[in-house]
Design a protein around this ligand. Structure first.
Ligand code: FEO
Length: 397
């Protein structure tokens, strides 16, 4: 994909990182990722849109060299996170006449994180325009997609919206792909995974930012990760649905088991829910992909965590799941805990305490001493009945 052209004088100079399998030492990347960067040559000035992750700086510099354009005036930095800003120090050395164009919040981040010196910036305001001669960049602030400084840039003459992380997907280009999404089925899950993993906590501001850009005439949507779109329709419709308050008749069931008791409880409970017509997204936390859990949280009306008791508290993998739920702040309406214990402990109390800040109603847990027996199965059926009733109240059944 290197040095493909979006249009005349607009180059793709980004980096394809198909081999990368983990992001932030946390997020699985089953399809790799890209750090998209674009070079726009105007009649009087040249601008680079975003850069690349620091280990890929040499690739970006080579891609720029291959364009044959040896002068950059502006480096537009939409976002301080290093996968897009990390090459800025090297670029400022390679292109000594360049200045970083960004807002005040991002300037502050880049000065502290990358030690860029204050004299290398041009600070812009929301709605401000910057002329490249025959091309005009308009900056539109879109805070919290997904950091406070994030903004997007509209290239008016070519109707291209450069949206940085907003609408991105971790999906590397391969030999048969072009730059653009040709089949939305292919990009749907990578885009949803991306939304679920980093955008989900900011649903309310995402809705505001969707409104803010809704009236723009966009012929090319160019995010900073994954393929580009020839229309905003598909991805903005996805974002509208994901960021809405609507939930589905689904239960996320994330559990871990040590000796089989909690697994038996989770299996029985999952089947009890299915018998009641509720879709169950079950994950064994022993080897679960947290991106899959995050995607399930994007839709589920209810989330249930299953844990044994270990060291007098929840299993650490259940703690991780509870932390993930808390951090992603999903629109989930109901939460509960199921699990087992041997002699006692505070497993439920500790998990419920972590989940309390989500804002969902916490349904009475079902905790079993050892392997489940008749009364325990009845209690699990009762919890399934309660969830069905709650989903009915939401109009989901
Ligand atoms: Fe792709 Fe928030 O960085």
């Amino acid at each position: 994909m290197q040095n493909a052209m979006l249009k005349e004088d607009i180059y793709y100079v980004g980096v394809n990182d198909a081999a990368r399998r983990v992001f932030d030492e946390l997020i699985p990347l089953p399809d790799g990722t890209t750090y998209n960067s674009y070079l726009i040559k105007g009649s009087s000035k040249t601008a680079l849109i975003d850069t690349a992750d620091p280990p890929k700086t040499d690739v970006l510099l080579k891609n720029l060299e291959n364009t044959g354009i040896n002068k950059i005036d502006y480096i537009i930095s939409h976002h301080g996170e290093q996968d897009h800003s990390g090459s800025i120090p090297a670029l400022l050395l390679a292109y000594p006449g360049a200045v970083v164009v960004t807002n005040e919040k991002c300037r502050s981040e880049l000065c502290s994180m990358l030690k860029v010196t204050p004299d290398r910036f041009k600070i812009i305001e929301d709605g401000e325009e910057l002329s490249l001669g025959n091309k005009t960049l308009k900056f539109i602030f879109t805070p919290w997609v997904h950091w406070p400084e994030t903004f997007v840039t509209y290239l008016a003459e070519d109707k291209i919206l450069f949206s940085c992380d907003f609408f991105g997907s971790h999906y590397a280009f391969n030999a048969k792909d072009g730059l653009f999404v040709e089949n939305t089925d292919v990009v749907y899950l990578p885009a949803k995974r991306y939304y679920a993993e980093i955008m989900s906590p900011f649903r309310s501001v995402i809705r505001k930012n969707l409104e803010k850009i809704a009236g723009i005439d966009v012929k090319i949507l160019a995010p900073s990760h994954g393929p580009l779109y020839k229309s905003m329709d598909f991805i903005t419709e996805c974002y509208s649905q994901w960021s809405s308050d609507s939930v589905k008749n689904e239960v996320l069931l994330a559990y871990v088991s040590m000796h089989g008791s909690t697994e038996a409880i989770a299996e029985y409970f999952g089947n009890a829910l299915k018998k009641r017509g509720i879709e169950v997204k079950a994950f064994n936390l022993g080897d679960a992909d947290i991106g899959e859990i995050a995607m399930a949280l994007t839709d589920a009306a209810t989330a249930v965590i299953g844990s044994p008791t270990v060291l007098a508290g929840p299993h650490p993998k259940a703690v991780f799941a509870a932390y993930l739920v808390k951090a992603l702040r999903p629109k989930t309406k109901y939460l509960s805990v199921i699990g087992s214990y041997g002699w006692g402990g505070k497993m439920v109390e500790q998990l419920a305490d972590m989940l309390g800040s989500v804002g969902a109603e916490i349904l009475d847990p079902v905790i079993v001493k050892g392997y489940p027996a008749t009364d325990d199965f009845a209690a699990l059926d009762a919890l399934a009945d309660t969830i069905l009733e709650k989903h009915r109240d939401l109009g989901l059944v």
